[in-house]
Design a protein around this ligand. Structure first.
Ligand code: FAD
Length: 427
C-alpha cells in the first residue's frame, strides 16, 4: 500500500495559509485531508446547532475545491481515538500533521492520539497556526507569564516588530491523494441546518473602529470572532492587512492571545477564580432571576436587548456583553460560571479562553479584571452608548409599551448589596 501523510482539520477550516496543511503538502508524501465529527461533542449539542451548520458548510466548500482538483475530504464520525485506530488499520500512514489546539479537552485528545500513533511508529507533527504568539512565546524577563494585559501587549508588539509575517497562498494541489470520498449531509448525521447564520466578516470600517466600536447600533465591529474561532481566516493574513491607524483593533486581537496564554498557564481558571481571594463570595444564584436574564426580561433595556440578540442571532456586541455579564454577577449576584455556561451554549464565536477571561473580567475575579467595586449602571450605559435606543428597539419590539417589564431590581439597592457581598467574601 502506498504511504500517505494525513492532514487533520480541526479549527482551521481553510486551504489558504494553513500552516500544518502546507507542511503536509511539503512532506513528499501524498496528503489525505480528513475531518472527524467528534461524537463526544455532537452528543452535547442541539439538533440545529448553528456552529455545526457553519462547520459543515465550510467543510463542504473545502471539499468542493478539492473535488475540482480530483481530490476530496475524508469525513469520519466517532470518538477520535477510535477513528484513528481505524485509520491506522486501513491506511499506510507515513506522518500526521495538525495545527495545535490549546484548549484542555483538545490537548488531552491530541496527547492520546500522538501516543497511539507513536506506538504504531507514526510521527505526529503539530504546528502553531491560530495565533501569532503561543504558549511561552510572550513571557516576562524572569520567565513567568504575564497576568496584566498592558505589559503583555507591549511585549507582544515589541516581539512582533522583529517578526517576518509570512503567509503561504500557493497550494500544491498535485500533492493531495486523488480519491473521491462521499461528503455526509447534516441530516445523515442526525442534525438539521440552523436558521442562524454566521455573518461574513467585514474589515471596511476599521479606519473608524476607535470612534464607533462601542456603539452597538453602529454595527461597526468586524464580526471576525467566529472566523477566528474556526480558522476560516488566517490570523497572519488578517494582521498583514492592518494599517498603522488600526492599533486599537490590533489591541483587541492581542486580548484574544492574552486570554489564551492565561488559560494555558493557569488551567484552573476553567472552573475556578483566577484570584482565589474571591472564592468565598456568597452568590445568590436565584434560578428565577437567572431565567429572566437568559430570556432578556430583566426590565433593563440594554441588558434585555443584548440577551435577545444573543438568543436570536448567536452574537452579542462586545459593549453589551460587558453590561449583561456585569448585571448578572453584580446586580443579580449570580455566579459568573452560570453566565459563562449560558454564553458558551449560545455564542457562535464561543471560545473557552476569551469567554472565561471576559466573564472573570466582568466578575472582578480574573487576571486583569474590572475592580469589584466598578459596577456598571445599565441605564447610564444605555444613555452613553445607545442614546437614541436604536439598538434596543431593534431587539425589543415591546420596548416603550406596557408589555415591557418593570426593572426586576433597583439599581441602587443592587449596587449596595453587591458591594456588601464582595467585601464580606474577600478573604
Ligand atoms: P471586534 O471588535 O471587531 O474585534 C476583533 C477581534 O478581536 C474579535 O473578533 C476577537 O477575536 C478579538 N476581541 C475583541 N474583543 C475581545 C475581548 N474582549 N477579548 C478577547 N478577544 C477580543 N470573544 C470570543 O471570540 N469568544 C467568546 O466566547 C467571547 N465571550 C465573551 C464574553 C464576555 C462576557 C465578553 C464581555 C466578551 C466576550 N468575547 C468573546 C469578546 C468580544 O466580545 C468578542 O470577541 C467580540 O464582540 C466579537 O465581535 P467582533 O469580531 O465584531 O469584534
Amino acid at each position: 500500500m502506498k504511504k500517505t501523510a494525513i492532514f487533520w482539520f480541526r479549527r482551521d477550516f481553510r486551504l489558504e495559509d494553513n500552516t500544518a496543511l502546507n507542511q503536509a503538502l511539503d512532506s513528499g508524501f501524498e496528503v489525505l485531508p480528513i475531518f472527524i465529527f467528534d461524537t463526544h461533542i455532537l452528543e452535547d449539542i442541539a439538533r440545529d446547532d448553528a456552529r455545526l451548520s457553519f462547520i459543515h458548510s465550510k467543510l463542504e466548500s473545502i471539499n468542493n475545491k478539492l473535488m475540482s482538483k480530483g481530490s476530496s475530504l475524508l469525513c469520519l464520525k466517532g470518538k477520535p481515538l477510535n477513528v484513528w485506530q481505524q485509520l491506522i488499520e486501513k491506511y499506510s500512514i507515513a506522518e500526521v500533521f495538525i495545527n495545535k489546539d490549546y484548549e484542555p479537552y483538545s490537548k488531552e485528545r491530541d496527547d492520546k492520539i500522538k501516543q497511539l500513533l507513536e506506538n504504531n511508529g507514526i510521527p505526529m507533527h503539530a504546528f502553531k497556526d491560530q495565533v501569532i504568539f503561543e504558549e511561552n512565546e510572550i513571557i516576562k524577563e524572569d520567565g513567568n507569564p504575564y497576568t496584566m494585559f498592558t505589559p503583555y501587549k507591549n511585549k507582544w508588539l515589541k516581539t512582533f516588530q522583529s517578526l517576518p509575517l509570512k503567509s503561504i497562498t500557493k497550494l500544491k494541489w498535485d500533492s493531495f491523494v486523488k480519491a473521491h470520498h462521499p461528503f455526509p449531509s447534516l441530516l445523515k448525521m442526525g442534525f438539521i441546518k440552523s436558521t442562524i447564520k454566521v455573518k461574513d466578516y467585514d474589515l471596511s470600517q476599521l479606519d473608524h473602529y476607535l470612534q464607533t466600536r462601542d456603539f452597538p447600533a453602529a454595527d461597526a465591529t468586524s464580526y471576525l470572532s467566529p472566523h477566528l474561532r474556526f480558522g476560516t481566516l488566517s490570523i497572519r493574513q488578517l494582521i498583514g492587512q492592518l494599517k498603522p491607524n488600526h492599533s486599537t483593533f490590533l489591541g483587541e486581537l492581542i486580548w484574544r492571545e492574552f486570554f489564551m496564554q492565561i488559560l494555558y498557564h493557569f488551567p484552573k481558571v476553567v472552573n475556578q477564580n483566577f484570584k482565589s481571594k474571591y472564592d468565598d463570595i456568597l452568590w445568590n444564584n436565584n434560578e428565577a432571576d437567572f431565567k429572566k436574564w437568559c430570556e432578556g426580561k430583566t426590565g433593563y433595556p440594554l441588558v434585555d436587548a443584548g440577551m435577545r440578540q444573543l438568543n436570536q442571532s448567536g452574537f452579542m456586541h462586545n459593549r453589551v456583553r460587558m453590561v449583561t455579564a456585569s448585571f448578572l454577577c453584580k446586580h443579580l449576584l449570580i455566579d459568573w460560571r452560570w453566565g459563562e455556561a449560558y454564553f458558551a451554549q449560545k455564542l457562535l464565536d464561543y471560545e473557552l479562553s476569551s469567554n472565561n477571561g471576559n466573564w472573570q473580567w466582568a466578575a472582578g475575579t480574573g487576571s486583569d479584571s474590572a475592580p469589584y467595586f466598578r459596577i456598571f449602571n445599565p441605564m447610564e450605559q444605555q444613555r452613553k452608548f445607545d442614546k437614541n435606543a436604536a439598538y434596543i428597539k431593534q431587539w425589543l419590539p415591546e420596548y416603550g409599551t406596557t408589555n415591557y417589564p418593570q426593572a426586576m431590581i433597583d439599581h441602587k439597592f443592587a449596587r449596595e448589596r453587591c458591594l456588601k457581598a464582595y467585601k464580606a467574601g474577600i478573604a
